[in-house]
Ligand binder design. Structure first.
Ligand code: NAD
Length: 253
């Protein structure tokens, strides 16, 4: 379905981003990976995805360079998935200002810079798919996640504006809002809970899910990848400016 398409997925050396990269590649898209990792992991991923960049997307100039490099290596960028993200949890009184700045830069501002860099060529071809990975925390809040929740609400707002500005074109912009997906980002929160409460990891997982996600199941990166593929299809051409929850009924409550 995506044979002629070229995709850039930020933060795709792990978790959801890698799931999306693999799902797009399975449909025939040429995909450029981005993100960090141990040299061994990057070498292995490069065998699967020859186009890779270690650009640090907290830096606006590196985001622009990343889009330029993807355009050169793939021949263009038709699909942009803004996925890279980090987390830090603490009450606001002790939340480090440096973590606030980093989360806003990586989880929100990078989306702005990447879209600004990629949109002109999408407009020239009158086709594009921009998919921003927000979160349930783009729709509702939880304590101790002030920067993450602010950034993800920002991503949902940014998504709506870009969708309006491209509404009469062949370019769509949407956000996916996952609940809990068991990736390294969430594993850290499971580990912290197990340590704090002195409970086994399996119990910490169950508690984490029970608190927020009524289905009591983690979503998988493959399931998010399949939704991204659908958003790239012709059937999805009039889904615009949406913030699509994949959250086991978390935000239905
Ligand atoms: P992850 O930690 O498994 O992967 C994060 C990726 O981002 C990695 O490839 C990492 O190298 C990359 N990255 C981090 N900082 C970067 C930087 N400065 N420049 C370039 N790349 C950078 O996390 P994940 O759970 O797969 O999260 C992916 C996205 O999904 C994030 O935006 C996250 O907020 C969002 N999300 C995750 C969940 C979840 O439950 N896991 C839920 C909702 C939303």
């Amino acid at each position: 379905m995506l044979n002629a398409r070229r995709a850039l997925v930020t933060g795709s050396t792990s978790g959801i981003g890698l799931g999306i990269a693999r799902a797009l590649a399975a449909q025939g898209a040429k995909v450029m990976l981005n993100g960090f990792g141990e040299p061994k992991l990057i070498e292995a991923l490069k065998k699967e995805f020859p186009a890779y960049s270690g650009a640090d997307i907290s830096k606006p100039e590196q985001v622009h360079a990343l889009v330029r490099e993807a355009t050169e290596k793939l021949g263009g960028v038709d699909i942009l998935v803004n996925n890279a993200g980090i987390q830090h949890t603490a009450p606001i009184e002790t939340f480090p200002a440096e973590r606030w700045d980093a989360i806003l830069a990586i989880n929100l501002s990078s989306n702005f810079h990447a879209i600004q860099a990629a949109l002109p060529q999408m407009r020239e071809r009158n086709w594009g798919r921009i998919i921003n990975i927000a979160s349930t925390h783009g729709l509702v809040a939880s304590p101790h996640k002030v920067a993450y929740v602010a950034a993800k609400h920002g991503v949902v707002g940014l998504t709506k504006v870009v969708a309006l500005e491209t509404a009469t074109t062949g370019i769509t912009c949407n956000a996916i809002c996952p609940g809990w997906v068991l990736t390294p980002l969430v594993q850290k929160q499971v580990d912290a809970r197990a340590a704090q409460q002195n409970i086994p990891l399996e119990q910490a997982k169950i508690d984490l899910l029970s608190e927020k996600q009524p289905s009591r199941q983690f979503t998988t990166p493959e399931q998010i990848g399949a939704l991204a593929v659908f958003l790239c299809s012709d059937a999805a051409e009039n889904i615009r400016g949406a913030a699509l929850p994949v959250d086991g009924a978390w935000t239905a409550q």
